[in-house]
Write a protein that binds this ligand. Structure first.
Ligand SMILES: [Zn+2]
Ligand SMILES: [Zn+2]
Length: 337
């Protein structure tokens, strides 16, 4: 089969690999679509550690073409998506309901072979049926949407909340829709790229701000003088992360959602955090959210078709990184067919 293999930072090769065989409890999936994630870009830049060599990609959907021994809930022909994280079920975190923080987490496309390939094997326990109501491209959004749902869960959005989202790429647009579905009354989205601001407006933002040509703090003060109830930093920009407490009201919540380089640090004034009782949370991965992500897509509560800006054949995988993060790009999708 063809696969995009990450050998080291900046060294990804599309090459032939043997088709993996499902073991007991596993199925073989013919992959149809795989979304490109910020994590893939960070892996390519060497900003995120991986087990080299590894097939990259983790946001995917496909069709079951073979089931291993003892698989009971799935059959050949099922259209599926997956939670691409294998956990150990043995460590403290797995045994405390925090599987997503498993000490022995094995994430597809990072630690174990991923889905920018024609086939992959997957544990039955990580698979979700998608039915016939959504396309493979839409279903490839289940993993990032599950992460967006998890971030929204952590932020404990209340009906009527005022929320700021910094960054309106694919993930920012998913969070915008999750926050809207949670009942936020005011949703400000800060994004320098005009096309992405328009998308955010069509996905539920009540206000959009161009942070390069206006001062975000000044704009927030006009809309919500006391500051925001919840701020999501989705872009992973140090300057914005450091500014989050100033955007947030007393007692408000800051969620660091965007992926940052491992060696980056920011300065925050602990006096202000203490005095204002602000909460700073990290949101990583997803926790029991893949099933809800499938339901939100199947029931058309979240729209993703308008987020795909570019499609690539697996053969042209390397072109992905010349487009990722550019002005016209939102979500990039690799198609295997
Ligand atoms: Zn991802
Ligand atoms: Zn574990």
């Amino acid at each position: 089969m063809k696969a995009a293999v990450l050998y080291s930072a900046g060294d990804i090769r599309v090459e032939e690999k043997p088709i993996p065989q499902p073991k007991s409890g596993e199925v073989l999936i013919k992959i149809h679509a795989c979304g490109v994630c910020g994590t893939d870009d960070a892996l390519n830049k060497g900003e995120y550690p991986a087990n080299y060599p590894v097939i990259i990609g983790h946001e995917f959907s496909g069709e079951i073409i073979e089931v291993g021994e003892s698989v009971t809930a799935f059959k050949v022909g099922d259209r599926v998506t997956v939670d691409p994280n294998r956990t150990c079920h043995k460590c403290y975190f797995c045994r405390s309901g925090l599987e997503h923080l498993c000490d022995n987490l094995q994430s597809m496309g990072v630690h174990i072979d991923g889905a920018d390939a024609e086939y992959c094997v997957m544990l039955e326990s990580n698979i979700y049926k998608i039915g016939d109501a959504i396309s493979y491209e839409e279903a490839a959004f289940c993993e990032p949407l599950a992460c967006a749902i998890h971030g929204t869960d952590l932020a404990k959005i209340k009906v009527g909340d005022a929320v700021l989202i910094i960054g309106a790429g694919g993930m920012g647009n998913l969070i915008t829709q999750c926050v809207k579905n949670s009942g936020a009354s005011t949703i400000i989205v800060s994004e320098p790229i005009a096309k992405r601001r328009d998308l955010a407006l069509s996905n539920g933002a009540t206000h959009v701000v161009d942070p390069l040509n206006t001062n975000l703090l000044t704009e927030i003060k006009k809309i919500r003088p006391m500051g925001m109830d919840v701020v999501f930093e989705v872009a992973g920009i140090s300057r914005e992360q450091a500014a989050c407490p100033s955007y947030t009201r007393k007692g408000g919540t800051i969620v660091f959602f965007g992926c940052s380089p491992k060696d980056k640090f920011i300065q925050i004034n602990p006096f202000d955090i203490n005095e204002n009782e602000q909460r700073i949370l990290g949101s990583f991965n997803n926790q029991f959210a893949t099933g809800r992500a499938v339901d939100m897509l199947v029931n058309k509560k979240i729209r993703v078709d308008n987020l795909i800006s570019h499609r690539f054949a697996l053969d042209n995988y390397l072109d992905v990184f010349s487009v990722f993060g550019t002005k016209d790009s939102v979500k990039l999708m690799v198609l295997m067919d």
